[in-house]
Design a protein around this ligand. Structure first.
Ligand code: R2B
Ligand code: URA
Length: 300
């Protein structure tokens, strides 16, 4: 961990009881007894949609002998489920939404672990999601090595004083290699490592030609996608650069992003797979995660 980057000016007062922490978007405060049931959390799994969170939690509970599932009552922003050591949380779409979930979750994990940096270091974080593939057929699972923005630079934000703050978007190699290894000879789908672009928009910052607003030409779109391809980018989604950046900022050791591809962006823009195919793609990304959790992390 990087203790100097943890906002102790605010968080220490939560631990010593001077004030509560309000996890506003989850509808929970630090003194809420429901949090006692999450103290043994070993992994935080994030996905875009609440439906996928419910499915993942049911599946993980089944794998763990029907373990009890705890749900936060408020669900109008993010859906949360906790079972068998894993906290499953939806984060919505895009970095503004996902950053709210992640900041409150990082504070919650700090509180749940009593500020114990060694215990926090053991927590595994993962986003499981969908993406557009770059030169990969639909249905491929990409485990990210680095999250960058559409200009291939890391996630950054405006800050006071001296301009922009740049985050480190790299995912820990030990973790993504272990996820790939846990799926070798087990998965009936292809799992590859690669850099991932997080666009700030599904249409414009992913250089699509099918938006209501289009700022690209076929030539500028192809040039961008080929540039990504030549620079080791294997898929495009909307959250990874921020997620890696924030988790690196606190210095977490184990985190990853596993995304299935819904289409090959070198071949088109529209997502035309059937609902059955889309469901299978989402399930495969979940299987890639669960194969790792079962083999390497929990109950190892
Ligand atoms: C992948 O899929 C969503 C957009 O359809 C977005 O949240 C993402 O990263
Ligand atoms: N999600 C994205 O962000 N982009 C795609 O092309 C597909 C899913």
């Amino acid at each position: 961990m990087k203790p100097e980057n943890i906002n102790r000016a605010f968080l220490d007062g939560v631990l010593d009881g001077s004030h509560e922490d309000v996890y506003y978007h989850f509808g929970v405060v630090s003194s809420d007894p429901i949090l006692d049931r999450l103290r043994d959390v070993e992994a935080v799994i994030m996905a875009g949609s609440g439906g996928r969170i419910r499915e993942f939690a049911d599946r993980w509970s089944e794998i763990n002998g029907g373990s009890e599932i705890v749900a936060f009552p408020k669900e109008d922003r993010f859906v949360t489920r906790y079972t068998a050591g894993v906290l499953f949380v939806s984060h919505g779409m895009g970095m503004p939404s996902a950053s709210i979930a992640l900041q409150e979750l990082m504070r919650m994990v700090f509180f749940l672990k009593g500020g114990d940096l060694a215990a926090m270091d053991e927590v595994f974080w993962c986003r499981v999601g969908t993406s557009g593939g770059v030169g990969l057929p639909a249905g491929t699972v990409v485990v990210s090595s680095e999250g960058v923005m559409a200009d291939l630079q890391p996630y950054r934000l405006l800050k006071g004083g001296d301009g922009e703050y740049w985050f480190d978007g790299r995912f820990p190699a030990d973790t993504y290699n272990a996820i790939i290894a846990a799926n070798e000879g087990v998965a009936d789908f292809t799992v590859v490592p690669g850099r991932t672009v997080a666009g700030n928009e599904f249409f414009l910052e992913q250089f699509r030609l099918d938006g209501a607003i289009c700022l690209e030409t076929p030539e500028s779109k192809t040039a961008w996608l080929e540039w990504l391809d030549q620079n080791g980018v294997r898929n495009i989604e909307m959250e990874g650069a921020m997620i890696a950046g924030y988790l690196n900022h606190w210095g977490f050791a184990k985190f990853a992003m596993i995304c299935c591809t819904l289409l090959n962006r070198l071949e088109g823009d529209q997502v035309t797979s059937t609902p059955e195919q889309l469901h299978k793609f989402g399930e495969d990304a979940g299987s890639a995660l669960f194969n790792y959790l079962e083999a390497c992390l929990l109950h190892a």
